[in-house]
Ligand binder design. Structure first.
Ligand code: SME
Length: 159
């Protein structure tokens, strides 16, 4: 599993990360993208009320900048309160295509104070690109982000 300590160090060195969650997300997205060579697109969506709103990302622009809760793989993660690991997106009828070359996707929820506040979303052009180890690594990153986010009481946060 990739080591999480350089990510924590990068966050600690980022002064803006203490008050700006997009700055925090940007550091995390870059660190994750650099450590997962199979990633073609890595981004964060923040939850605002019943909608996921695209935050920092690396990769080609996506038309899915706002995703209602319950739609797509991303919205399903929030609606079900469960991370999503999709080995082959062609087998998911609710998949929202970011790129025609994407074959697998992982979505890991970010919780602050026990409430969902966003998610890390990664696409790969490889089938079954995300291992249990990768998932465990991303959960550590999401946990670190959640512990640094100060607004768990925001009304948009979900249990
Ligand atoms: N595939 C996602 C949409 C986000 S793009 O992949 C960046 C979904 O099905 O919700």
């Amino acid at each position: 599993m990739p080591d999480i300590s350089p990510i924590l160090a990068a966050i600690a060195e980022c002064a803006a990360c203490k008050t700006d969650r997009d700055a925090l997300g940007q550091v995390a997205v870059k660190a994750v993208h650099d450590r997962l060579p199979q990633a073609g697109w890595t981004g964060i969506y923040w939850l605002h009320d019943d909608e996921l709103v695209l935050g920092p990302y690396i990769g080609p622009p996506t038309e899915h900048t706002r995703i209602p809760v319950g739609r797509g793989v991303c919205g399903t993660a929030v609606a079900e309160g469960r991370d999503q690991v999709v080995p082959d997106v062609r087998e998911r009828s609710n998949y929202l295509a970011c790129s025609t070359t994407t074959r697998s996707e992982i979505v890991v929820l970010i919780r602050a104070g026990g409430k969902i506040v966003g998610q890390i979303d990664i696409d790969s052009d490889k089938v079954d690109a995300f291992s249990a180890d990768d998932h465990a690594f991303l959960k550590l990153v999401a946990g670190a982000l959640g512990s640094l986010l100060v607004d768990p009481q925001e009304p948009s946060a979900r249990g």
